[in-house]
Design a protein around this ligand. Sequence first.
Ligand code: UD1
Length: 423
Amino acid sequence: MSEPVVRYHARPSGPLVGTVRAAGMTKNAGCKQLAAALLCPGTSTVGNLHPVADLEVMGELLRAIGADVTWVADDTLAVDASGPLVPEAPYELVSRMRASINVLGPLLARHGRARVAMPGGDNIGSRKLDLHVRGLQAMGVELEVAHGFIDAQVNALSGARIVLDFPSVGATETLLTTAVLAKGETVIDNAAREPEISDLAAFLVAMGARVEGAGTPTITVEGVTELHPADHAVIGDRIEGGTLCFAALVVGGDVTVAGITTAQLGVAADKLVDLGAVVESTLDGVRIRMDDRPRSTDVQTLPFPGFATDFMPFAVVALATADGTGIVTENVFDNRLAFTAELNRMGASVHTEGRHAVVRGARRLTGAPVRALDVRAGAALVLAGLVAEGETVVHDARHIDRGYPDLAGKLAALGADVARTST
Ligand code: UD1
């Protein structure tokens, strides 16, 4: 059966007004926690999940490995990893989703063996795995990368001191989920500090792991001999929530996004202010007010709490309509600016040179057929469509579905003229 053709249709809108709630962080947190449930026999549950395409892939992958995955409530999946498990992640599934790599640590920790196809995922750069590999080797794992697979085995995992060259989210997750069952202490230095790491650690601690310092650059894990099943609900999706904050900035209006905090937005909360918005913390969320054209500013992406690379495409869209010129530097992924060619088809003036983009604000964008290259770039083109004359049709929008449960519905609830079609 061929895949459905998904498109977003956006037209000039605004102002956006009202309150929306961020979904649970399903793609970047929930999928990883479901993989972590492989660490022990028995049934763990992960709640506050929302239906995004990546969740289906993770479900299929865990089933292929031999776990039983079932919905036990509207937003909660149960993973019974009693086994027997097949410690192998097949190419067909891994190539569809980057987070598949998150089964590597749990399978190694539990079985001493894992064979995982090299992941695919977004088209946003080379996305190497060397930091995962080197950290695992320090814990005694023997790895071979050949024929598109990582083949890993270990007799006895031992704790180690690991200094990451770069605070990689994925490498921190792999090492954390391996170290919990290693013998002795593991220290991960220069660890990623994203809220997703703290949330994963909270799940692991609920399973009986001994983890300290998650959310700081130094995570210390004291290995235990076994873990037990646990129940956990994932945090609100700061990336989806942040997308809606940027929508308010780009289109204008008065929007409250419930279920996230300004702290979870990191430097992006300050950049929204630099771009001209009034940003306030509310009891349960973040309120954005904007009644003018965006102001220009410079943006550079950095690991958390720096300006998130996932928000970069939204900043480019804001600057594309701003009064003045801004320079955007993408420090995290090496091909993430490619989407700007699509934005230029809408009349934007973005000139890229390697990791840098010069964005000259235009008074007017014009609707055009464009293509989503990755999940966030796709969402950014939808936002651009809300301030472009005429209709914008975002093709290949299945990328958007990978991370957003209902982007069109949430924007429409705020008054945007946008629809998702699937044929
Ligand atoms: C995760 C998120 C993604 C987010 C990113 C940064 C998921 C599924 N994806 O991706 O949405 O944009 O964090 O916040 O949660 N690197 C290496 N060697 C390694 C590992 C990474 O060189 O072994 C490089 C990558 O190529 C990239 C950079 O480090 O240039 C950041 O990668 P990383 O933080 O690992 O991001 P992901 O976990 O892939």
